[in-house]
Design a protein around this ligand. Structure first.
Ligand SMILES: Cc1ncc(COP(=O)(O)O)c(C=O)c1O
Length: 407
C-alpha cells in the first residue's frame, strides 16, 4: 500500500508533484532470476571442494559454444577479459587500428588501449544504433587490423555488409556480444559471425553468473591461446594440477592474465542455461507487450527489430520525441523515478567521456547520430521475472509523464 498522505491533487497527477505513483514498489531495470537449480549446482560446487576453475567452467564453455554455433569456447571472468584476450590472441598491438562504435560501454574501447592499439571510433545507424558499415568503410586504413562490432541491446549488426566490406583485406571481425547471447543474423547465431565473439554473464545480462564471460571462436589455435592467456600463460590444463589426474609440473609460456572463471560462478551459469530458452521467450513477450502499449504514446519511439534477425532483447531502450515534449531526458528520468520505475542510459557515448575525448581528440560533431540518440535515450526495465503487471506499469508511467509534459 502507498502510505503517502492523501494529497489535494488531481487523479493521475505526477508523483513528483505529490500525486500517487504508478506503483508502490520500485521496479529496477533488471533483476537476475536465480532458481533452485542454480542454488543446487552452487552447493554442489562448494561441497566438491573444487571452487576455482574446473569441470563446471569447462562445461559452461562447451554449452555456450553450442548456443553460439562455434567450435570452441573459453569461459572467463568477464566479457572485458574475453575481448582483451581476443585482441591479444590475434596479435593486435602498437601501430594497429581497431575500428569500433562510439555507442558502447567503455570496456569495448579500454581493451583496445590495453593492447596499445589505436581505437578508431565511428558513428552508428539511427534505427539500430549499431556500427554503420558505410562509416566503417570510410574509417578503414592500411593500419586497420580489427573491426570490433557491438550488437547493441542484443540486435546483431549488419554482418553481410561488414563481411562484404572486409573481404580480402586481412581485417578480422571481433564481436562484442555482451548483450547478444541467443541472437542470430540471417539464420547464423551470434558467435559464428566473427573471428572471436565475447559474451558477458554480468549480473544484469540475459544469462548471469554475477560476473563472468566467454570467448568463442571456430579457430582451435586462437581458442588455445585465449585459454592460455586467461591463466597466467601457464601451459595447457594447468588448472588440473591439484586434481588426482594432474601433475605438479607446468610452464609459463607467455605473460598471461588472471581472467579465469570460478566453478562456483560457472555453476550459476549452468543452472541458468537450463532455462535460457524460456528466459529469452519471456523477454520477447514483455517487449511485445510494452511495444504494443507504447504504440499509442507518440512522445516516445520504441526499439525496432530488423527483419531476418533474432534479437536477444537484452535492453529495452526508448527514444524520447523531444520535439513533442516540454522536458528533457534527465527530467523524464526523474519523473520515472518518482513513479517508482528504474531506468538507465545505454550509453553515454564513448566520445563524451573525458579520457577518450581528450586522448583520441574526439568532437561531438563527428558523431551526429550518437549525439542525437544520447539526448533521447532511456533504458526501461526488462528482465524475464517481470510480470505483465510490471510491464503495464512501465507503459503507464511513460504515458502518464508524456501526457503531463506534452508540448
Ligand atoms: C557493450 C558491452 N561490452 C562489454 C561489456 C563488459 O562486460 P563485462 O562486465 O562482462 O566485462 C559490457 C557490460 O555491460 C557492455 O555493455
Amino acid at each position: 500500500m502507498n502510505d503517502r498522505p492523501a494529497q489535494e491533487t488531481a487523479p493521475g497527477a505526477l508523483a513528483s508533484r505529490g500525486g500517487r505513483p504508478v506503483r508502490d514498489a520500485f521496479l529496477p531495470i533488471s533483476i537476475p532470476w536465480i532458481g533452485e537449480r542454480e542454488k543446487q549446482l552452487v552447493l554442489e560446487s562448494l561441497e566438491s571442494g573444487w571452487i576455482t576453475t574446473g569441470p563446471k567452467s569447462l562445461e559452461l564453455g562447451k554449452r555456450i559454444a553450442a548456443i553460439a554455433g562455434a567450435k570452441h569456447a573459453v569461459a572467463v571472468n568477464s566479457a572485458t577479459g574475453a575481448l582483451h584476450l581476443a585482441l591479444e590472441a590475434l596479435g593486435v598491438g602498437p601501430g594497429d587500428e581497431v575500428i569500433t562504435s562510439t555507442w558502447t560501454f567503455a570496456a569495448t574501447v579500454n581493451v583496445i588501449e590495453h593492447v596499445r592499439a589505436t581505437p578508431v571510433l565511428v558513428d552508428v545507424e539511427p534505427d539500430t544504433l549499431n556500427l554503420d558499415p558505410k562509416l566503417v568503410e570510410r574509417a578503414l586504413s592500411p593500419r586497420t587490423r580489427v573491426v570490433l562490432t557491438v550488437d547493441y541491446g542484443g540486435q546483431p549488426c549488419d554482418y553481410d555488409a561488414l563481411d562484404a566490406l572486409l573481404e580480402g583485406r586481412g581485417v578480422d571481425l571481433v564481436d562484442d556480444a555482451a548483450h547478444a547471447l541467443g541472437a542470430a543474423y540471417r539464420g547464423r547465431p551470434v558467435g559464428s559471425l566473427a573471428r572471436v565473439t565475447a559474451f558477458s554473464f554480468y549480473a544484469t545480462k540475459n544469462l548471469s553468473t554475477g560476473e563472468g564471460g566467454a570467448a568463442v571462436t571456430d579457430d582451435a589455435g586462437l581458442a588455445e591461446r585465449i585459454q592460455l592467456l586467461s591463466l597466467h600463460g601457464m601451459s595447457r590444463d594447468a588448472w588440473k594440477r591439484y586434481a588426482d589426474t594432474g601433475s605438479w609440473f607446468y610452464e609459463v609460456v607467455a605473460p598471461g592474465w588472471k581472467y579465469n572463471l570460478s566453478d562456483v560462478l560457472a555453476a550459476i551459469g549452468l543452472g541458468q542455461l537450463d532455462r535460457f530458452a524460456e528466459f529469452q521467450a519471456r523477454r520477447r513477450q514483455l517487449v511485445e507487450r510494452m511495444r504494443a502499449g507504447l504504440a499509442s504514446v507518440p512522445e516516445v519511439r520504441v526499439p525496432i527489430e530488423r527483419p531476418g534477425l533474432v534479437h536477444a532483447w537484452h535492453l529495452f531502450p526508448i527514444a524520447l520525441e523531444l520535439e513533442r515534449l516540454t522536458i528533457d531526458r534527465a527530467a523524464f528520468i526523474r519523473e520515472l523515478r518518482a513513479e517508482n520505475i528504474g531506468t538507465s542510459v545505454h550509453f553515454i557515448p564513448i566520445h563524451r567521456h573525458p579520457h577518450f575525448r581528450d586522448s583520441l581528440r574526439l568532437r561531438p560533431e563527428q558523431f551526429p547520430v550518437a549525439e542525437d540518440a544520447y539526448a533521447r535515450a532511456i533504458t526501461l526495465p526488462l528482465f524475464p521475472r517481470m510480470s505483465d503487471r510490471d510491464a503495464d506499469d512501465v507503459v503507464e508511467a511513460v504515458a502518464k509523464i508524456a501526457r503531463a509534459h506534452r508540448r
